[in-house]
Design a protein around this ligand. Structure first.
Ligand code: MN
Length: 243
């Protein structure tokens, strides 16, 4: 970001998406466009768990964005895989666990989205519902797996006061989209819950002891085009990389 006294733009490493059947690495443009819109430079990380490569990439970026994607291997939170757990990508798991642990340890700002919130929870010792529909039973039934269009909010979340998320949004309730079949079951160490859906499902967490580690269960990368509040999550990530 700053080399030879010249201030450059904030560079954000974005974890890659992977389609196993077609063997392609891919990207949802919203992740990249959101970072560009708030003045950062997004860089897609290659899908590898080679630590030498990851160390170089890590050193080269100012912050990290952990994207949505495959279900996390339940072994990472010491549970057997259930029938309803989806396909896993072990290279992605290895890559993201390594990068996230380093980011937390070396205080590099990070934002997690969907799989990213689940990862932050697992990395800090929390557990997940492998399938909300069959494992999370509440009187109020919210649909967490909506259909297209994805930029539309379909359920409300309550934002808890005295959290970074509340500070940045300045609102106690927002509408969010919902494209997940897994969710946080028990929270990790040092983790604070910052957003909860009306059915009680945790929709956002953050870690106060580090510079910036925040993650949400919804998909702001589809919503920020029309929704200024969702854009604020990306602005905060980029801003925290500069101070
Ligand atoms: Mn949801």
């Amino acid at each position: 970001m700053c080399k030879g006294g010249i201030i450059l733009k904030v560079k954000i490493g974005v974890t890659p998406l992977f389609k196993a059947d077609k063997k392609i690495w891919w990207m949802v443009p919203g992740y990249m466009e959101a970072i560009l819109k708030v003045g950062g430079i997004p860089v897609m990380i290659p899908l590898t768990d080679d630590k030498t490569v990851l160390d170089e990439v890590f050193n080269d970026v100012d912050g990290l964005l952990f994207t949505g994607g495959q279900d996390i291997n339940p072994h990472l939170y010491h549970e057997e895989k259930s029938e309803k757990c989806g396909y896993q990508c072990n290279i992605r798991d290895n890559q993201e666990v390594y990068l996230m642990k380093n980011a937390l340890q070396l205080d590099k700002p990070l934002l997690g989205i969907c799989r990213g919130v689940q990862l932050l929870n697992v990395v800090t010792g929390g557990t997940l519902y492998q399938d909300i529909e069959s494992e999370f039973n509440r009187e109020i039934k919210l649909v967490h797996k909506q259909q297209y269009p994805y930029n539309r909010g379909t359920h409300e979340v309550n934002i808890k006061k005295e959290t970074m998320l509340y500070d940045v949004l300045g609102k106690e309730k927002i509408m969010v989209n919902s494209l997940h079949h897994q969710g946080i079951k028990t929270v990790g160490r040092d983790v604070i819950i910052n957003a909860v859906a009306a059915d009680g499902l945790i929709e956002g967490i953050e870690i106060p002891r580090v510079k910036f580690a925040m993650a949400v269960q919804w998909h702001p990368e589809f919503m920020f085009y029309e929704d200024k509040f969702q854009e604020k999550l990306f602005s905060l990530l980029v801003k925290r990389c500069t101070n």
